[in-house]
Design a protein around this ligand. Structure first.
Ligand code: BDR
Ligand code: CA
Length: 304
């Protein structure tokens, strides 16, 4: 199975993605790291420790960046609720899993400890990863690929052209995209089509304990207006690892706008090659919605 470090800001859709990743035998999640994003660092870390208690998984957790590199912090508590994971009574957080070390140090230790290369899956702002690349440039050779949920080929969900995870910390995203590492960008364009509808949610509830938990989170996601589809953005990053054939993928140059007058945090995905730059990412430009749905439902069925 593939060695994984999962960097996250739970976050309702993060929680769903984590459940799917934990249930797969093909992924060996060795370390979780947290980053501010959907809500504060303290809250997202608590949420992650609650999820690990729920799933009874003994995987270490390290707390990372509480603030973006340069920008002021913005959150998404309007979407994920005050706690960041509203809607379900989770067990007491598994506090014993929390490391005393900063996420960047634990990431580095884990990367150097592994004999083979490790994949980093990032489903929050990219602050921890940028810090890792700056603090421990030698760890780069231990990274096999960065699979990130973030960015957009078309329009944004936080700015006109910027997706939330990139908009929170555009400078960090720029460092990551310019790192020269293999990057898979699983962005808004596919997340917007990875939908859960109320009728799916009823089926999910009946599946198992995890399904019941998800059902209750879905009810609170996006302020509780559950009539149209809910977007499973972060699950798409897990889908990319486990079932990449559901995506249309283009290898291309992605630039990150940090100082645009109106476009800070935009990902400039140069599909036509106007900028004459070397490709630096594999970009998921489209997804087969039906294949996603089937994969998503089957993955939940495998959960506890
Ligand atoms: C991303 O922003 C967050 O709110 C979600 O968890 C996801 O990672 C979508 O833009
Ligand atoms: Ca997230």
């Amino acid at each position: 199975s593939r060695a994984i470090i999962l960097d996250t800001d739970p976050g309702i859709d993060d929680a769903i993605a984590i459940a799917l990743a934990l249930s797969s035998k093909k992924l060996d999640i060795q370390l979780f790291t947290t980053v501010m994003g959907n809500v504060s660092l303290e809250k997202v870390t608590q949420n992650l420790l609650k999820l690990l208690a729920f799933f009874e998984k003994n995987i270490p957790v390290a707390k990372g960046a509480a603030l973006p590199l340069l920008k002021d912090v913005i959150d998404a508590s309007d979407i994920h609720g005050n706690s960041g994971m509203d809607g379900y009574e989770f067990p007491e957080e598994a506090s014993h899993l929390l490391s005393k070390n900063h996420a960047v140090i634990e990431m580095h230790n884990q990367l150097m400890k592994n004999t083979g290369k490790t994949t980093i899956v990032a489903i929050g702002p990219l602050t921890n990863l940028a810090l890792l690349l700056r603090m421990y440039p030698e760890s780069v050779k231990q990274i096999d690929e960065i699979v990130l949920m973030g960015g957009s080929v078309s329009r944004g969900n936080k700015g006109v052209l910027s997706e939330f995870n990139i908009a929170v910390d555009p400078e960090a995203a720029k460092i990551v995209f310019e790192s020269g590492l293999p990057i898979a960008m699983v962005g808004l364009d596919v997340g917007l089509k990875a939908l859960v509808y109320p009728e799916d949610s009823e089926k999910i509830k009946a599946m198992n304990k995890t399904g019941d938990m998800m059902y209750h989170l879905f009810k609170k996601y996006r302020g509780g207006s559950f009539k149209t589809g809910l977007k499973m953005y972060d699950s798409c990053a897990v889908a990319y690892l486990l079932a990449p054939e559901m995506f249309d993928i283009e290898t291309t140059f992605v630039g990150v706008e940090i100082n645009g007058t109106y476009t800070s945090g935009a990902t400039v995905v140069d599909l036509k090659g106007y900028l004459g730059q070397q490709p630096n990412a594999k970009v998921c430009v489209d997804i087969d919605e039906n294949v996603f749905k089937k994969w998503f439902m089957e993955s939940i069925e495998r959960c506890i």
